[in-house]
Design a protein around this ligand. Structure first.
Ligand code: ZN
Length: 497
């Protein structure tokens, strides 16, 4: 059983999709008036976790994420820079897609843009006019909240103070100014506009999501996500417009992600403490660790972003990667053991149950780390057999289909310590395994390892240390073991700009 906390009911509910085996998911995408910051990507990472978990549980997920490329903020920005709207938004759209890729966020099935769906928006406004929910004032159209008694159910606002007929024209406003909101804004000097059946103008922000979600997912769909900031007015207004127009329930489950703060403070432009994904990677170039950090706080808790927390995520990720490398690339004797199978089964159950309980990531990650701890003990006791290792490898892959952070560390034996006197034939060293070396090290790096072996054999430790340091700078860490030298390839941190 899967349960999610539904903002609409204010409690955890069992998740039952409309069509068995299929989930229709809509997530509010970026408003492309600036580079998205890490707080925005916290929400996108949470949505990715949700989607990957549903897929892991066997659901087919149809995911639509809109791009708001016209609203008050994009128009203001384009005007300030003397650019057309398309010209102005392009670089923010490009950087958004590039950051999604960096964070290994699986692509949605569609990224509809508001400017390409004006007729669909106009059609909804017209239906709302026909049904008596919308009215015109000076060429703009407004939604009459008094006509929709369910208004406020999602955000739990009180409508007692509501003055019928009072209007709000801006896209974003506080709960104190709950008023009839703009569906369509009349043409204004210096603003982009469309000639339509309801007159010249441009859409309000909220109608955009109502139009694009129903076009691609139908009048009623399963899950709608966003940040808590979206609950009011954006999502409240989406519900009002969509349900008034279609006469049907709009969305069954509303999931909202909480804020990300930075060093204990709210992140905002006015404080000057917003930070983007590329900014963070300039300091620490480890996107997978950043992804793990974004995922590892439960989505309904505030996440405090600090570089120290990112270091900790990196350490945790290294543990997973080393473990994955060991079970995937290590050599183990033939056989299998029941104990390992039991450990895996337990971990799988905890992982699934944890995420199935409103995406409780702590339980899921603890299940994984407990398994690593137990298996590492067995490895040190040489109790892991080949079949066990294969099973563990598959376990890691299946967990990672949800987490999407693992890249197994290669820690491969490349040769016995070469006895002195034979080092000149180093190139023919019998234990170098071609298929592994090719994919990992360049020939000149392999040659360096050989030269270091030679230096060590000749007790020229100054030379061998120098080569070790050179390789380390390339991210190749050497380890001398009784069986020979092993290496590990680690990401090389980029220097802060
Ligand atoms: Zn939206």
């Amino acid at each position: 059983m899967i349960v999610f906390f539904n903002t609409l009911s204010g409690k955890k509910e069992e998740f039952v999709p409309i069509t068995p085996g299929k989930v229709k998911l809509y997530t509010c995408g970026p408003t492309v008036y600036d580079f998205a910051h890490v707080g925005n990507f916290r929400a996108y990472a949470f949505e990715d976790l949700l989607k990957r978990f549903l897929q892991f549980m066997g659901f087919k997920v149809i995911h639509i994420m809109n791009i708001t490329d016209i609203d008050d903020k994009t128009i203001r920005g384009a005007k300030a820079q003397g650019m057309s709207l398309a010209e102005f938004t392009r670089k923010y759209i490009d950087s958004f897609f590039s950051d999604l890729k960096t964070l290994n966020i699986a692509p949605a099935d569609g990224y509809p843009r508001a400017t390409e769906h004006i007729p669909e928006m106009v059609a909804i406004v017209r239906r709302l006019i026909q049904k008596g929910y919308a009215y015109e004032k000076d060429g703009s159209y407004y939604f009459s909240i008094a006509k929709f008694p369910a208004y406020g159910r999602l955000s739990k606002i009180s409508l007692e103070e509501l003055q019928p007929g009072q209007r709000v024209d801006v896209d974003e406003y506080e709960k104190e100014s709950v008023h009839d909101f703009a569906l369509w804004k009349a043409k204004k000097e210096g603003e982009p506009f469309w000639e339509t059946e309801i007159g010249p103008g441009r859409p309000g922000w909220h109608i955009e999501c109502s139009a694009m979600s129903s076009k691609y997912l139908g009048d009623t769909f399963d899950i709608h996500c966003g940040g808590v900031d979206n609950i009011f007015p954006h999502h409240e207004n989406e519900i009002a417009q969509s349900e008034a127009a279609s006469g049907k329930k709009f969305v069954n489950y509303w999931l909202h992600c909480h804020h990300l703060i930075r060093d204990g403070e709210k992140m905002s432009k006015s404080r000057g403490n917003t930070i983007t994904i590329p900014d963070i990677l300039k300091v620490k170039n480890n996107p997978a660790a950043l992804r793990l950090l974004l995922l590892s706080t439960h989505y309904r808790k505030t996440l405090n972003f600090t570089f120290k927390a990112l270091d900790q995520a990196e350490t945790a990720l290294e543990r997973i990667n080393e473990f994955a490398g060991q079970v995937k690339h290590g050599r183990f004797p033939e056989g299998e053991s029941e104990a390992v199978e039991k450990i895996i089964r337990e971990a799988e159950n905890r992982f699934r149950r944890g995420l199935g309980d409103d995406l409780n990531i702590s339980i899921a990650l603890t299940a994984l780390f407990d398994l690593i701890k137990k298996i590492n003990v067995l490895i040190s006791q040489e109790k892991i057999k080949r079949k066990d290792a294969e099973r563990l490898g598959r376990f890691v892959d299946s967990m990672d289909s949800v987490l999407a952070v693992v890249s197994p560390t290669r820690k491969t034996r490349i040769g016995e310590t070469i006895p002195a006197g034979q080092t000149d034939q180093g190139a023919a060293s019998p234990d170098i395994r071609e298929e592994e070396t090719k994919s990992e090290l360049k020939p000149e790096q392999l040659e360096k390892i050989r030269l270091r072996e030679k230096a060590r054999a000749e007790k020229n430790f100054a030379e061998s240390d120098k080569i070790r340091a050179e390789l380390a700078a390339d991210g190749i860490l050497l380890e001398d073991t009784k069986e020979g030298v092993r290496w590990k390839v680690v990401p090389v941190p980029r220097r802060p700009a």
